[in-house]
Every structure is written in structure tokens, then in C-alpha cells.
Ligand binder design. Sequence first.
Ligand SMILES: Cc1ncc(C[n+]2csc(CCOP(=O)(O)OP(=O)(O)O)c2C)c(N)n1
Ligand SMILES: [Mg+2]
Length: 388
Amino acid sequence: MSNRIELPYTRFLDPEGRLVGELPVWADDFNLLTDLYRRMVLTRLFDQKAVALQRTGRIGTYAPTLGQEAIGVAIGSLMRAEDVLVPYYRDTAVQLMRGVRMEEILLYWGGDERGSDFQDPRSKEDFPICVPIATQSLHACGVATAIKIRSQHRAVVTTCGDGATSKGDFLEALNVAGAWQLPVVFVVNNNQWAISVPRRIQSGAPTLAQKAIGAGFHGEQVDGNDVLAVYDRVQWALDRARHGKGPILLECMSYRLGDHTTADDATRYRSAEEVKAAWQEEPIKRMQAFLASHKVWDEGREQALIADCQRQVQAAVDNFENVGIQSVESVLEHVYARWPAALGDQREMLLERVARREESSPGADLRPLPPAVEAKLMSSSSSGGSHE
Ligand SMILES: Cc1ncc(C[n+]2csc(CCOP(=O)(O)OP(=O)(O)O)c2C)c(N)n1
Ligand SMILES: [Mg+2]
């Protein structure tokens, strides 16, 4: 008996940017199509800069989105302000489309909580980046349940990787979304790797999209390197969700061209040939070729776009580097709607500790103290102890 369930697979553009299927009417709008292209290029240049900033020690670990720009750009250009994004850590593209500022993304990866306090009205109700794998899938169902109870015409989009679909949280989320017909679109970025674990040994299911079938709703596959294909299917799925027609799972087939994060070295577990072959499929080149074949893109526009993107990225880096140091006590903010009394004591203890550090080592409040200074502080503190 076969375990293959035939599900739709959508692709309009082949790797050379040639049409392999009839484009829907919405794709007649070349302003939209060039905008999608521009946003992918901006994402890629920002991504490159973020990796460079990590390499020079100016941000912490970063998860590159290289090669997966089409998925986030398509999602982000379709979501409305009132929709809610519940993302994971490889969602730079969609966050940028939601109006999250580049400096906010850099602050987040620099370990600064202010990076998750999005200022743009479009992203005010979006969730911060989620690092624990697949937990966001359940958060998304919680939000979608609230939307459903309030009978609102809003949708939730939640993203995750291929590896995340093996987690209980993901499968529980599919189950509740199907059982309660929640207005949620699950987008799986199947980039073929979960750190060093390849897709083929992650799951016995021939497709990840078919996991939706067991939960009682529709799933399908999309060429995640074809921004037009992703746009078409996300548009359809969002429309259904907003009209109370329940959840959809879209498995977007892509490839993680970069390392898992800046803390990883993918050359240790995958071959150069495989990566070279994947580069032939990447989303930006094929969209550029498509636009050029329709005479709406050329070298001059390309150069102007790159210069403009680089200016935007550099301005964001300058802003990021000029943001003052975050106050230590701000770690306690935004955690509770109502401040619990017990936290008051903790806040006092924290401020006292910072003041003591400031005395012994001025200006060093956010950096670890040298071990000798730390030991001296601990021994002179009446309340100090090894549990701190
Ligand atoms: C609950 C949990 N377990 C393990 C990890 C460690 N971890 C970080 S990323 C990752 C792999 C995720 O792969 P995938 O879902 O395919 O997403 P990708 O990174 O490829 O986009 C793992 C296991 C984690 N962050 N959270
Ligand atoms: Mg993956």
C-alpha cells in the first residue's frame, strides 16, 4: 500500500524564469511583480549585512534567510495590518514586509528586548521571533481561537521549518486548528535541513503538507523558490481563513543556502555539489530573469536598486549602533500585564546589584564583571550567595 497522498503542487516559474503554467490574473500587475522582486533583493542585502555584523561581534547569533526570501516576501505582501504574524527565527523577509524596522531586527539578534517592541502599526500585534521549535504553532492557534470567538475577519499566519513539523507542538496545533476550524495558515519553510538532519530522515511522510490531512484540513505543496507560486497560494489560503473557511497548510519547498545560523558550519555535513545545485534554483535569479524577459527589468534598474537597498541597510545599521544601552531593570518589563508584588523585591535587588557594579567598575553594568571583582562583590554582600 502506498503512503503517498496526491496533493497539489504549484509552480509558475522554472529556475530560468520561464513560465511553466498559466499565470493568474493578479499577476498582470507588473508593479506588484517588480515590488516583490525588490523586496527579495532588500531582504538578501540586509541578511548579508546581518551576517557580517555577527562576524565582527556587533550582534549575537543570526539565522540567515539566504535562498528563502520568496516565502516571506509573498506572505508579508499579502497580510493585512489586522492579520497576525506568529513567526519563527528565519522570518527576516516577512518581518521586513510587516514594517518591522531593520534596526529592530538587529536589536533582537543583539540581545536587546527593544527589538521585539515593533513600532510600525502593521506589526503591533505580531508576535516576537520564536526560537523554541514549533511552540509558536500553538500560540498561533490561541490567537486564531480569540479571533474566531470574536467573529473577526482576520487571519493568523504562522511559519516554521521542516524539522518543526516533527514536534508534538506542531501536530497538536494542526489538530486543534482542524477540530475548531481556526483561521490560521500554517506555512512550512521546507528548506531541506533541520540543522544537520536532512529532510529524508526527519519523517516517514512523503510530504509534510499531508500532515494536515490527518488533522482534517487541506494541505498542499508550493515551489518556495517561485515567489509567484507562493503569493498565489498564500492569497488563496488567507482569503479562506478570513472568511471562516478554516485552516490551510502550505509546504513551501526551498533550500537553506546558508549555514543554519552563524554558529553553524554546514560544510561539515552537506556536500558542495548539493549546495551548488540548489543555487541554480534560488528565487531571486529566476524572478529577475522573468522580469527581464518582459522588459520591465534591466541592468540599470538592478544597479539603482542595489544602491538604494545598501543605503537603507547602512542607515539602519547606523541607527542600531546609536541606540543607547538598555536599562538593566527593563528585563522585568513587558512580562506581566499586572506587576506581581514579588517582582518588586527582585527589582530592588537587581538595582542594588547594578549600583554596586557601577561603583566597582563604572559603565560596566551590562557586561559580565571580571571574576575577581565578582567574587569580591559576592563576599561583601550580606544577602549574596551562590544561587544568584
Ligand atoms: C524545543 C527546541 N528543541 C531544539 C531546539 C534546537 N534547534 C534549533 S533550530 C533546530 C532545527 C530546526 O529545523 P527546522 O524546523 O527545519 O527549521 P530551519 O532552522 O531549518 O529553518 C533545532 C533542533 C530548539 N530551538 N527548540
Ligand atoms: Mg529546515
